[in-house]
Design a protein around this ligand. Structure first.
Ligand SMILES: C[S@@+](CC[C@H](N)C(=O)[O-])C[C@H]1O[C@@H](n2cnc3c(N)ncnc32)[C@H](O)[C@@H]1O
Length: 280
């Protein structure tokens, strides 16, 4: 979809932190800003302007986005290859781009089943590109908010067998969940719904890596241009998401440091923590 073809505002342009984004193209959205950072075309002037403003206070933001996306590929490969996972619940999918979860997983294990979840209407508009499973595997898309765990578990269990291991992936989404919404309880609820031998993989903006001036600058930009706020978290808060689980080596590290591939080395440092862990 090009910007010209995009749906128009539904009049809900005053989205607060707790509401899903609307089609109001005068406000920047996380999904479309990330698309712009990755070099995609499914974004609007408001998204591009918000990214340009953010780059002034955090010049390495695009680098972190790319490193995050590269980690997604390595994490899904690890889960499909080393961990033998065949079922994936990818929450906070984003606008489809190169190397979507089902493409990576099914290239390794064609029978892989992937359920995508996102709450942004622009991602929903692109969902067809995520439903291009091969014939032996399967994909599905759920239009839902991460906080609505009942809906996610109920609908995902139509495609995924919740008596067998599932990998829950939460890449670059949890910093969108403020503390009052208890992101740790949300993750625990999802992990309670799946059996021992399942996995959790996530990435998160790092409050203890990004300097305070950049964090303050981002707060202003997000408030003005997105009407929402992200909650960056430190390594200890990220570790809490994995309580009672066994972290896969090398544990909680910057995204580019997690099992880097010699053929795809990454120049620079990201400001995002990541980890993969197995449920006992
Ligand atoms: C930065 S993108 C990340 C895309 C992809 N996971 C990746 O890492 O490449 C974050 C996505 O999470 C979605 N998202 C944010 N908060 C959400 C929520 N509460 N429920 C569902 N989706 C959410 C956004 O709409 C966006 O598409």
């Amino acid at each position: 979809m090009t910007s010209d073809e995009a749906p128009q505002s539904n009049g809900e342009g005053t989205a607060s932190t707790s509401r899903p984004p609307s089609f109001d193209t005068t406000l920047a959205s996380q999904a479309r800003m990330y698309d712009y950072l990755l070099g995609g075309k499914d974004n609007y002037a408001s998204d591009r302007e918000a990214v340009e403003q953010a780059l002034k206070v955090w010049p390495d933001m695009a680098l972190s986005a790319r490193a995050n996306r590269m980690f997604l590929g390595r994490a899904i490969s690890y889960l499909a290859t080393d961990a033998g996972v065949r079922q994936f619940l990818d929450i906070g999918t984003g606008i489809p781009t190169a190397g979507n979860t089902h493409e990576v997983a099914q290239a390794i294990a064609p029978e892989s089943r992937v359920v995508y979840v996102d709450y942004d209407p622009v991602v929903l508009a692109h969902a067809r590109a995520l439903l291009t499973s091969n014939e032996v595997g399967a994909t599905d898309y759920i239009d839902a908010d991460l906080r609505d765990t009942d809906t996610i578990v109920r609908q995902a269990s139509q495609l995924l067998d919740f008596t067998r291991p599932v990998a829950v992936t939460l890449f670059a989404i949890l910093h969108g969940i403020p503390d009052p919404d208890d992101p740790h309880a949300i993750v625990a609820t999802l992990m309670d719904a799946i059996p021992s031998g399942s996995y959790l993989a996530l990435t998160h903006l790092a409050s203890d890596l990004l300097d305070q001036a950049a964090q303050d600058g981002l707060v202003d930009i997000q408030g003005q241009m997105m009407r929402r706020q992200f909650t960056q978290r430190d390594r200890g808060q990220v570790a809490q998401f994995f309580e009672g689980m066994d972290l896969v080596e090398p544990g909680i590290v910057r995204v580019e440091e997690w099992r880097p591939r010699p053929e795809a080395t990454f120049a620079g440092r990201s400001y995002m923590w990541c980890a993969v862990a197995r449920k006992r």
